[in-house]
Design a protein around this ligand. Structure first.
Ligand SMILES: [Zn+2]
Ligand SMILES: [Zn+2]
Length: 374
């Protein structure tokens, strides 16, 4: 362990020296101490020292870290600064990198460019559109890239500058001393939000964000077989990212309207078929509506019961993302007729008498029961 060297003192400048003053001081010393000018080992050691000092002080981030560290670290608290092999490790331990060679540099800086947020829209589909698929253009309230700055957030002709709050490191560091030694804590810089960059001249149209509110028409391909409540993801159709970052995704929530005839049960469709009593009794050839538009012909045998289910293969919903379709199930519902005319009534009574189904006069439910008990 050795003392923390006075880097300013080595270059012969004070702590308030400007970048220019530091540069000039270093150049002046380097000319005198350069190994090409003087081969003396002691002179060469000093040349290495001033070069290391200049390397630290010319970089605003490193300089700030050094200022913080130097202020807190008492003599004897830090390893030798100029043990070059350890220097990177020292800063890795205390500062999370940044002081070592380029190869070991680890930046905690957040990128100012940021992926845009995902968006969600609701898309209402007719029953048929969900079954067969449809292509639709959906209006999305989104953040579009600013046309004035092209997404950079800077006024045209200007560029982001190094953050004055953190010197470009993206971090604000705090050094405290405890019984265990010097403790370094770091948090994202509040001035630049951890990006290390500041926009001196924010774009007037987007106020530095790089994006503006806009309405975008997004083309959505709805595949056949989707269901109510499903969500489609359209890659990169969400809001644009900050400072030219990539766009988020768009999630399209599907709301499918009911159908007046068909109901969906998974990949199958179900519907009811109203059949007159006489059709059910005598048998009939009927047309059944299908979701495909063209009706299907079905034959009902005489005496078909109400509640009978007919299956029409392949007239259901296409499987989502693969071949094949479900079926259509048709439930027969026999309508009970209420005689409208005297003639109809007489015919039904005659039929009932022939089949022994109509109770004779004076015989009601009580009479029927009596017969059964005999
Ligand atoms: Zn702009
Ligand atoms: Zn900052």
């Amino acid at each position: 362990m050795a003392r923390v060297p006075d880097l300013y003192g080595l270059l012969g400048v004070n702590r308030e020296a400007t970048d220019d003053e530091i540069k000039r001081a270093y150049r002046k010393l380097a000319r005198e101490l350069h190994p090409d000018v003087n081969g003396d080992p002691e002179v060469q050691r000093r040349f290495k020292e001033i070069t290391a000092a200049y390397d630290t002080l010319k970089d605003p981030g490193k300089r700030r870290r050094y200022d913080l560290f130097g202020a807190a670290g008492a003599p004897g608290q830090a390893p030798d600064f100029f043990n070059m092999g350890d220097m990177g490790d020292l800063f890795d331990v205390f500062f999370g990198g940044g002081m070592g060679g380029a190869g070991r540099r680890r930046s905690r800086r957040r990128s100012r460019t940021e992926r845009g947020p995902d968006l969600q829209v609701l898309l209402t589909l007719s029953f048929e559109e969900a079954v067969f698929g449809v292509a639709k253009d959906v209006d999305v309230d989104t953040l579009e890239q600013c046309t004035r700055c092209g997404g950079t957030g800077c006024e045209p002709g200007t560029h982001p500058s190094r953050c004055t709050g953190c010197g470009g490191s993206g971090e604000m560091q705090n050094v405290s001393r405890s019984m265990f030694g010097t403790v370094m804590t770091a948090r994202p810089c509040t001035v630049c939000d951890g990006t290390g960059e500041e926009i001196a001249a924010p774009c007037r149209q987007c106020r530095g964000d790089g994006r503006v509110q806009g309405l975008r028409s997004v083309h959505v391909e709805v595949p056949a077989g989707v269901e109510n409540g499903m969500e489609l993801r359209v890659l990169s159709a969400g809001a644009n990212g900050r400072a030219g970052g990539g766009a988020g995704d768009l999630y399209v929530a599907l709301s499918v309207q009911p159908h007046p005839v068909f109901e969906r049960k998974g990949q199958d469709l179900v519907c009811a078929l109203q059949v007159a009593m006489t059709q059910a009794a005598l048998g009939a050839d009927l047309e059944i509506p299908t979701i495909d538009g063209e009706p299907e012909h079905v034959h009902l045998d005489p005496g078909v019961e109400s509640g009978t289910v007919l299956r029409l293969r392949g007239h259901g919903v296409p499987h989502l993302g693969r071949r094949g379709r479900g079926d259509l199930y048709v439930t027969v519902q026999v309508e009970t007729p209420k005689p409208k005319t005297k003639e109809e009534r007489e015919l039904l009574e005659r039929l009932a008498q022939l089949r022994g189904e109509r109770p004779t006069k004076g015989e009601g439910l009580a009479g029927k029961l009596r017969k059964l008990l005999q």
